[in-house]
Design a protein around this ligand. Structure first.
Ligand code: MSP
Length: 472
């Protein structure tokens, strides 16, 4: 038997200062589809997610709610976990950066490694800080005195901080990206970061005064400072699999096969993170998949703009499977993709209620009334073209292939008219083809996959439509 390959995938870890919106759900669903596909292929897959908690945003949000940090975080992160469970997101570990047992040993080990490599120094700093990005901006980057990402006024901070020698690693990172040792998908993002690296990187402030985030991770040997949130958050990708506490598990999964991020945080993942790993003497991840952002009505979906879609608005009416379908098929992975409740409803009615759901009812009604026993189903029957798409992480193409097969099967029914001929061979063949479609749905729509497979195996038509039309 061939040995199982290990496959390690990470999502970004979100700030738990508010509930998640469809933008976050997008990242998680993309990760889950990739992870489920790898599991389906028999690989020893590990999918890490978590939450990014050592930030002043949390202090502020907890205060506004009149809660202590612990109670606040517990409430919000249980909401994350409930949402993931409702969406069938099958993560293996949820790492919280306030976890003193699982995360802190790794964060401290990382800091000490950076110090040992001579890459941390103390310096006075004056800069413009965006509390939303948790990042400093240079005068050149600022637009009308405001943050280029969030369009909010920046804080002028004057602090004595520890700095990380990011500049030292510019050339090495550039080399690794150019040689594809660190592959960046898609090409547009690879070019974007290579251009930034070409202009050079500046050293960055890697700590903050402890009073700004009292619950943060103290800098070793300096109680007056806590680690900069991105320093500790990026380290969660390895602390989550054992860095600083279980080297065996770390070796098993690191380097990551794929780290999935939104294009808004490319620089952190394609410059700062590789530099930290190089400084700590660790391998770089094999690849970064950088997806576009969901826009709503043409603007980036974000809480500060106020155009967010609450995932439950869709889950409660259309179901989680419909949300997963829409993400896989209707939002372009590498570009920005627009969505509104209206476009969602149209896709639901067209492709799920009238499309897939209707096909399942038609074929299984024919099967139940014409076949005396369930068809024999091939256990390994995933078409190569579908595998090729997902081997390239192209979830859009994979979903398109499934819906092409659905259309072909619809056409075949129209042509062969089995409701009139009652030809058992034709009906059995259609049923087996439906089963293959169900198998391909496994990573994209796991519940629908299971439902269709169960119907075929029992030779039963669905008791009720898989997707009820929504006309209201
Ligand atoms: N906590 C940091 C990430 C640390 S990773 C070590 C952070 N958190 S965040 O809560 O602001 O989430 C940003 C990420 O959420 C994006 O990179 C992306 O994965 C996802 N998205 C947030 N808004 C989004 C859209 N409108 N569209 C698609 N994804 C979006 O940054």
């Amino acid at each position: 038997m061939s040995e199982k390959k290990s496959f390690y995938i990470t999502s970004t870890i979100f700030y738990p200062n508010a509930n998640l919106h469809m933008g976050h759900v997008y990242t998680m669903t993309v990760c889950d589809i990739i992870s489920r596909y790898q599991k389906l292929m028999g690989n020893d897959t590990y999918f890490l997610t978590g939450s990014d908690e050592n930030t002043a945003k949390i202090v502020k949000a907890a205060k506004e709610k009149g809660q202590d940090i612990e109670t606040f975080l517990k409430e919000i992160t249980s909401g994350f976990k409930k949402l993931y469970s409702d969406l069938n997101i099958s993560y293996d570990e949820f790492i919280q950066t306030t976890d003193k047992e699982k995360h802190w040993p790794g964060a401290i080990k990382m800091w000490n490694s950076l110090v040992e490599s001579g890459d941390i120094y103390k310096s006075k700093y004056t800069g413009l800080y965006c509390p939303q990005c948790e990042a400093f901006y240079t005068e050149k980057e600022v637009v009308d005195g405001k943050c280029p990402m969030h369009n909010i006024p920046l804080d002028r901070l004057e602090e004595e901080n520890y700095f990380f020698k990011l500049s030292k690693y510019t050339d090495e990172i550039k080399k690794r990206i150019e040689s594809n040792e660190l592959e960046i998908l898609p090409n547009t993002r690879r070019n974007e970061i290579l251009a930034q690296l070409g202009r050079g990187l500046e050293d960055i402030s890697f700590s903050r005064p402890a009073h700004t985030v009292p619950h943060g991770i103290q800098v070793p040997n300096d109680p007056s400072q806590v680690m900069y949130v991105w320093c500790d958050a990026l380290t969660s990708y390895i602390s989550g699999i054992g860095y600083g506490r279980d080297e065996e598990s770390l070796k098993k999964y690191w380097p990551a096969d794929i780290q999935v991020i939104g294009k808004d945080i490319l620089r952190f993942h394609a410059a700062i993170w590789p530099a930290m790993l190089l400084s700590a003497g660790l391998p770089l991840p094999k690849r970064l998949l950088v997806h576009g952002l969901i826009t709503s009505g043409g603007q980036k979906m974000s809480k500060s703009i106020g155009n967010v879609i609450d995932p439950y608005e869709l889950i409660n009416t259309y179901g989680a499977e419909a949300v997963r379908y829409f993400i896989a098929r209707k939002i372009s992975l590498f570009e920005d993709g627009d969505m509104t409740v209206e476009t969602f409803k149209k896709a639901y009615n067209g492709d799920l209620a009238n499309g897939l759901g209707n096909l399942v009812s038609r074929i299984m009604t024919l099967a139940e009334s014409n076949l005396s026993e369930p068809v024999t189903v091939p256990e390994k029957s995933i078409p190569d073209e579908f595998k090729n798409a997902l081997d390239k992480f192209d979830i859009n193409q994979a979903a398109n292939i499934v819906w092409e097969k659905i259309a072909e099967l619809d056409k075949e029914i129209q042509e062969k008219k089995p409701w009139a001929t009652k030809d058992k061979e034709v009906i059995a063949d259609l049923t087996v083809k439906l089963y293959t479609i169900a198998r391909m749905l496994n990573p994209i729509m796991p519940e629908t996959n299971a439902k269709i497979k169960a119907l075929v195996k029992a030779n039963k038509k669905p008791a009720e439509p898989l997707f009820l039309r929504k006309d209201a």
